[in-house]
Write a protein that binds this ligand. Sequence first.
Ligand SMILES: [Zn+2]
Length: 314
Amino acid sequence: MRMSFGLLFRTAKGRWMAKLSRQCSRGSIELFVPQSPPLDPEKVKEFQRFITLSKRLLVMTGAGISTESGIPDYRSEKVGLYARTDRRPIQHRDFVRSAPIRQWYWARNFVGWPHFSSHQPNPAHWALSNWERLGKLYWLVTQNVDALHTKAGSQRLTELHGCMHRVLCLDCGEQTPRRVLQERFEVLNPTWSAEAHGLAPDGDVFLTEEQVQSFRVPSCSRCGGPLKPDVVFFGDTVNPATVDFVHKRVKEADSLLVVGSSLQVYSGYKFILTAWEKKLPIAILNIGPTRSDDLASLKLDSRCGELLPLIDPR
Ligand SMILES: [Zn+2]
């Protein structure tokens, strides 16, 4: 499947405009959600029993919960980024040590931001936020950086890998909203225009070397240090205090549900091991195999946005 979105940027009355071709509005489900078998009523009943018996449920979500919002995951067969493209995530070490790599990263991120930040929660995010409101969900841990749980109103939430909607200064640690940085980019690059081909739905874009080299990147307005999205890039480690916090929540929980994660990333997988060692019942809702299928008492190969709203959390 060709993923070119024919993005064109122009300044009009001093504002940046994005023209996304019609492909963008095509059904996200068709584009990024792997095929799954029809819902099995017996499995749904079993899952309902699992949720009804849980009094302190910890839910861990991954990229699979956001594919129905139009954000592709990395690892799904046929529809994931690894399967469709040769793009690979940026490495933490490269970002920190190289100003040209940061410039390249931010130029693409600037172009992709209006699209990436416009994604909205889907019925799975809304269901989990509702479970929290009704006292069913004890804690929510997400590996996603798309802010969709926050947009759906979840509060008892740990974003294990940070969030793209925040920016962090690598020197002084100050956090600022990503939208403020977008305004600073616009001020610093008033004549910069780019015709970018192949905008990926995750906000990644392709630019020529020339375009990147003329892009100006602001630094921290407090100390002048380099700015980075407040996310854990590949090759970096999750803050130990955050890991410790989540381990405590897992130990306080009485059951664990994984939603939309293949658990290939170790930072998420180790919490499943903790739950398993504590003999907590584990359910996994994910299309396709996961690293922990053999630890789960219940495995469901269904779409998150189709199954979760069917469950009564009371
Ligand atoms: Zn700073």
